[in-house]
Design a protein around this ligand. Structure first.
Ligand SMILES: Nc1ncnc2c1ncn2[C@@H]1O[C@H](COP(=O)(O)OP(=O)(O)OP(=O)(O)O)[C@@H](O)[C@H]1O
Ligand SMILES: [Mg+2]
Length: 247
């Protein structure tokens, strides 16, 4: 840790740029993006389709590498991280809800959730029971995930991401397949978790109702974060919303 007397950032991106190669052209997606989040910070991230929201989450998770810039996670620079450090970070600190769920399809619901625990040598515990109840999965534990509806699969993906009580949750439209009531239940679960365990949550959402559960609102536009977008939600934040640019 860099500063013993300050809370380390869970995520800190400095001047991150990312381009993809599209035939013989470069497709710029992120453009000198700067942001920082600490323990307990919760953010709703919006942005047009194709603006780079999933790319940003994938960079933070180490599934994509930035073309330029500095990425720090849990107070450490990732510059020299090898596969081992990335795996440790993902297994121990990160919970991720993918836009396409990415469930383990030959397995049932229980084993999908258990997977996150096994990576950390943890056993099924009371928290897992709580998650399963809160997400309405109790009667589905023995079902193969392939046989579930989109909304049911999404709830399994959320349970799997939270089973090992990660320090950071990256969630890509985690309520996109849920009905209104189920969405609000998921949001209340996430906010109570963030409060109780100081989990840092960065969540892509297009739902105004869901975004309101988060302390901060960020908008991804022209490859960078517009934190002023959250101006209407200032009263709900803890103050320092302008992490982008100031971090
Ligand atoms: N692996 C890749 N190779 C080439 N181009 C990519 C790759 N991944 C993403 N892109 C492009 O980068 C841009 C941003 O994609 P991204 O998936 O991050 O957008 P998004 O904001 O998550 O969109 P949506 O709201 O539709 O999910 C898009 O133009 C996409 O086509
Ligand atoms: Mg996306």
């Amino acid at each position: 840790m860099e500063h013993a007397n300050t809370t380390p950032h869970i995520i800190r991106l400095t001047d991150i740029s990312k381009s993809f190669v599209d035939g013989d052209k470069q497709l710029p997606v992120l453009n000198q993006l700067t942001l920082a989040l600490k323990q307990g910070d919760t953010v709703a991230l919006t942005g047009a389709s194709g603006s780079g929201k999933s790319t940003l989450l994938n960079i933070i998770a180490g599934f994509e590498y930035p073309s330029q810039g500095e990425l720090q996670l849990i107070g450490q620079s990732t510059k020299n991280w090898q596969d081992k450090q990335w795996s440790q970070f993902r297994h121990q600190q990160l919970g991720m809800v993918f836009q396409q769920f990415n469930l383990l399809t030959p397995l049932n619901v229980r084993d999908n959730i258990r997977f996150s625990l096994q990576l950390n040598r943890q056993k099924w515990n009371d928290w897992c029971d709580h998650l399963v109840d809160a997400l309405g999965l109790a009667s589905l534990l023995n079902r193969e995930v392939e046989s579930l509806s989109g909304g049911q699969q999404q709830r399994v993906a959320i349970a799997r991401a939270l089973a090992h009580q990660p320090a950071l949750l990256l969630a890509d439209e985690p309520t996109g397949n849920l009905d209104y009531n189920a969405s609000l239940e998921v949001m209340s679960l996430l906010t109570s978790l963030a409060k109780a365990q100081q989990t840092c949550v960065l969540m892509v959402t297009h739902s105004e109702e869901c975004a309101q559960y988060m302390q901060q609102r960020w908008h991804l536009e022209n490859g960078a974060i517009n934190a002023d977008y959250s101006i209407n939600h200032l009263s709900q934040t803890k103050g320092d919303i302008n992490h982008g640019g100031q971090a």
